[in-house]
Design a protein around this ligand. Structure first.
Ligand code: 13P
Length: 254
């Protein structure tokens, strides 16, 4: 997938949700409404592992891609219950989400581990969506920029490039809370992230795509997605309802 072909990238992170019923709701909705979708918008659906193949078979559309939500390092293949990058690659997934704050916090994933996973995914030709973001206490201490810079330097890997890596700015305090930064704040922070990425990777123009994630819904998506500094959104809760998710995808028609 060439990211440059798309004006925005809209990602559904189902987290530990989803069912055959939800997949069928997506399928039926897409059958009727896909024709009206803007084909310059890439849609990436990230269901739990067991649903990847069925989603692959049911959502056969030019601009709809699949993503996994995690992978395990293949340093040792005797790891009962884990999924490697080569298995994900075999399911024809184009993406994997790495560094999500839920994995950083609940599963104690360090920047170093995330960076190793990024490296391995890219070596297996799986594009990465790397999440970064400050928590509430870091925000209150005005440490947002410092935290983001550290995560960019430590969670990415040397083989990241604008062709295989997307950054998702997800303020932890915004996930699932209904709270979001202001539009001005999102713009300022995205511009900062792009600047730091340019410095790290010695680039001139802003080339890396940066998505916003955290309480994106049908009401706020138009304002967020209208920002030039926002290359797309990473949607949690609102992606569990295809009508609401389609509203976000069609933000410029509503
Ligand atoms: P919500 O959209 O439910 O706030 O979740 C955001 C998120 O964590 C997506 O990865």
């Amino acid at each position: 997938m060439n990211f440059k072909n798309y004006s925005k990238i809209i990602v559904a992170n189902w987290k530990m949700n989803g069912s055959f019923s939800l997949i069928n709701q997506y399928k039926n909705y897409l059958k009727k409404n896909y024709i009206k979708f803007n084909k310059k918008i890439a849609i990436v659906i990230c269901p739990p592992f067991p649903y990847l193949t069925i989603c692959k078979n049911k959502f056969k559309y030019k601009n709809i891609f699949l993503g996994a939500q995690n992978l395990s390092l293949s340093d040792n293949f005797s790891k009962t219950g884990e999924i490697s990058s080569s298995i994900i690659r075999d399911t024809q997934c184009n993406f994997v989400i790495l560094g999500h704050s839920e994995r950083r916090n609940l599963f104690k994933e360090s920047d170093k581990l995330i960076s190793n996973k990024v490296n391995e995914s890219l070596n297996n030709k799986i594009n990465v969506i790397i999440c970064i973001g400050e928590n509430l206490s870091e925000k209150r201490k005005s440490n947002t920029f410092k935290v983001l810079k550290k995560q960019i330097y430590k969670s990415l890997s040397n083989n990241c490039s604008p062709k295989n890596t997307i950054i998702a700015y997800e303020p932890v305090w915004s996930i699932g809370t209904g709270k979001t930064p202001t539009i001005e704040e999102i713009n300022k922070i995205h511009t900062y992230i792009k600047k730091i990425l340019n410095i790290k990777y010695h680039l001139k123009n802003y080339k890396f795509k940066v998505l916003y994630g955290g309480s994106v819904n049908k009401k706020n998506s138009k304002d967020i997605l209208s920002l030039k500094s926002v290359d797309g959104v990473l949607v949690g809760g609102a992606s569990l309802n295809i009508i609401e998710f389609a509203h976000i995808i069609n933000f410029n028609k509503n």
